[in-house]
Design a binder for this molecule. Sequence first.
Ligand code: NAD
Length: 485
Amino acid sequence: MNNPVPFEGLAIGGKRTASSDGKTTTVYNPATGAPIAEVAAATADDVDRAVCIAHERFSAGRWKEMRSRERGQLLQRIANLVRERAETLAQIESQNGGKPISAARGEIASVANTFEYYAGAVNKFFGQTIPVNANGTSLTFREPLGVCALIVPWNFPLVISAWKIAPALAMGNTVVLKPASVTPLSALALADLALEAGLPEGVLNVVPGAGSSVGSTLVTHPLVRKISFTGSTAVGTQVMKQAADGIKRVSLELGGKSANIVFADADLDTCVESSIFAVYDNAGQDCCSRSRIFVERPIYDEFVERFTARAKTLKVGDPADEATEMGPLITPQQRENVLGYIRSGDEEGATRLCGGEVPTDGPLARGNFLTPAVYVDVRTDMRIMREEIFGPVVCIMPFDGEDEAIRLANDTPYGLSGSLWTRDIGRALRVARAIETGMLSINSSSSVHIEAPFGGVKQSGIGREQGMVALEHYSEYKSVFIAND
Ligand code: NAD
């Protein structure tokens, strides 16, 4: 007989509870297809209860009026506990998200760093005195907003939760977080750990459940003041429309189709290896994935040859194996979506040099695995070049000169991230300024630095996470004028 999987309750008001109708969702390991937990599926009543408790905790004042050093120390204790429990959290993230364990460990380290950064930021973000044209003094205060609804996707469950929770709490807000229904485990573990660190009950609540019901109820709840959403552009559009009722503050981190531009003078050894992980990291399920590679014509053939050779040797396998470089896709449905793009690329006449295959033998056949695909002979009007695939698929295309590189890179409704490779500093700066994107790495594929703003332009989003700028999105200005006489 199979062992029963553990039950995970909702985290509301400092307690773990079943949902009001007792329903649960089974959560699976995407590498094996085995169930790993039964998670309470929040109802509209549960969401209402969580928001009301968060509102009551906010209005009671104890949390928002906590002295800055005390609040900072509390966030630091959360960071310390995340570090203490790092291996457990990394195992959860690897088993639930299909992430290679080495990558999951890196993500948990960055979660701790995020809480630590905002622990230090609490007393370094403040208002101003302004020389107004009047007989008196003008002051601004930076005040918390109230209940923040934080909605996160499944691709980096705890990392993205931390990017939202830490600055929201740093400013004195209270939080109701909705993880993706397929990856709720690490956020629930974090809620427990935050209580253990001393966070008052009800300041951080976690309500797993379906987006269409739980997410939508949260977004439309009258006591929610701010929505921070990370997910697809399609759902982000709906969220923004719904947030209009009640003039809720909204920030959106959405999809991408980022460019990787390789000039002929690039250091190809570094560039090829880095470009591989820039697209296949997290099995391509990364909003910053550089899934369109543009290579200057003189080195195009060599780049394609070296890139494809490396893609073929990428170690796809068991996420628990330290040597694994790419795990499975998150769900069978997600793999089906990606296979739809593979069929479309093949039918539209692109040449698939490798990958795009489902392993049918051995242990990989049980999970949602797909081998990394490389397409050439692509056109800019093909679906694989235009749409976010969110899987291990790359398109490589040649270009001639700076102007064409810029035109191709900008030929997308998205504008999240990207890279460019050149040893010519003047060109690097010219091209960097001309690309429509929120983030760009030169001679690197790294987009994430907790100290620097993260976010997109065009249909990739509104607002920024990380850095001090995130605190702007979790606070309001209040202007106060004091007359001299
Ligand atoms: P998704 O839009 O389907 O879901 C995101 C979250 O929204 C989930 O928690 C989901 O349950 C919830 N949701 C779904 N419908 C909702 C509704 N009507 N109202 C409120 N909430 C709802 O996205 P996904 O498939 O989980 O994640 C993949 C997408 O996320 C990709 O497009 C990717 O680019 C994007 N993403 C962006 C960033 C970024 O920082 N820009 C980071 C990671 C992922």
